[in-house]
Write a protein that binds this ligand. Structure first.
Ligand code: PHE
Ligand code: CO
Length: 293
């Protein structure tokens, strides 16, 4: 039985999905023929809803790459996505039954293979789902794999995960995944933008993350992130803001071995604390929603 990795949403429940069809590396066939018309329609509905959040709120790299996933009118064939992705950055996507063990997950990333869950959420889960499904994995994660710097970050993360496992430091590294890959914000000349997949695939978190006074937005600091626990069942109280993917890549390039030791010796931080002298980014001004026609 696969253990849900701390890296993308740990819980006590056994993961959903058919693991009997998985190979040793936990990949499986997408079996595209098996999706029903209703599933394709639900995917299209999710895609259209989330598309509306993209202009002016998602980072440019995400917005520009989104179209390369296909038309959004049905669940894409993973092979088609992989073909364009391979040509762009050498990444490919592989089908998995659902959450997979950490080691298998990191090994795939280290080989520039991104695992995408095959199943789609049920209609009663359109607004909220605890585990990643094909919509979250594809819409949320795959666009940024077209960005060369972010693509290299993800591979470095895979290698770093294998190393952290040996150092028993996965709980710290999981926080970095959470606050960057899943819930990261980026500062631009036009204000804050979202690059985290967990936000961009969520029904309401994009507007909240960018504009809510209930959250704090701190400048990215590696040690601070490694010390910050997270909740998986509510909107975040704290986001970390990078200035560029280059900054993120460079800040995470040093050997983490001594940094893990440092962080392990410190007490965990309360989830929404602000430490003295920390850089706070102001939220974007609340947007006037267009009047529905
Ligand atoms: N530099 C990290 C290490 O030595 C590896 C890493 C890179 C982890 C990028 C996450 C992201 O452990
Ligand atoms: Co995810």
């Amino acid at each position: 039985m696969a253990v849900p990795p701390a890296t993308y949403g740990a819980s006590d429940r056994p993961p959903r999905g058919d693991y009997s069809v998985a190979r040793d590396d936990y990949t499986c066939d997408q079996d595209w023929q098996r999706y029903t018309a209703a599933e394709h329609a639900l995917f299209a509905r999710l895609y259209q809803r989330q598309m509306r959040q993209v202009p002016g709120q998602a980072c440019d790299e995400f917005a520009q790459a989104l179209g390369r996933l296909g038309d959004g009118d049905r669940i894409p064939r993973f092979d088609d996505v992989s073909r364009v992705l391979r040509a762009a950055t050498g990444w490919e996507i592989v089908a998995v039954p659902g959450l997979i063990p950490e080691r298998a997950f990191f090994e795939l990333l280290a080989a520039r293979r991104f695992p995408v869950t095959v199943w789609l959420r049920r209609p009663d889960e359109v607004d909220y789902i605890v585990e990643p499904d094909v919509f979250h994995d594809l819409f949320g994660h795959v666009p940024l794999l077209f960005d060369p710097v972010f693509a290299d970050y993800m591979q470095a993360f895979g290698r770093g995960g294998l190393k952290a496992e040996g150092l028993r430091s996965l709980q710290f590294l999981a926080r970095l995944y959470w606050y960057t890959v899943e819930f990261g914000l980026i500062a631009t000349g036009r204000g804050l933008r979202v690059y985290g997949a967990g936000i961009l695939s969520s029904a309401g978190e994009t507007v909240y993350a960018l504009t809510s006074p209930a959250a704090q937005r701190l400048g990215f600091d590696l040690r601070r992130v490694l010390r910050t626990p997270y909740r998986i069942d509510e909107y975040q109280r704290t986001y970390f803001v990078i200035d560029s993917f280059e900054q993120l890549f460079e800040a995470t390039a040093p050997d983490f071995t001594p940094i893990y030791a440092e962080v392990a010796a410190l007490p965990p931080l309360p989830i929404d604390v602000r430490l003295e002298g920390e850089k706070l980014h102001p939220p974007n001004p609340a947007r006037q929603e267009p009047v529905p026609q």
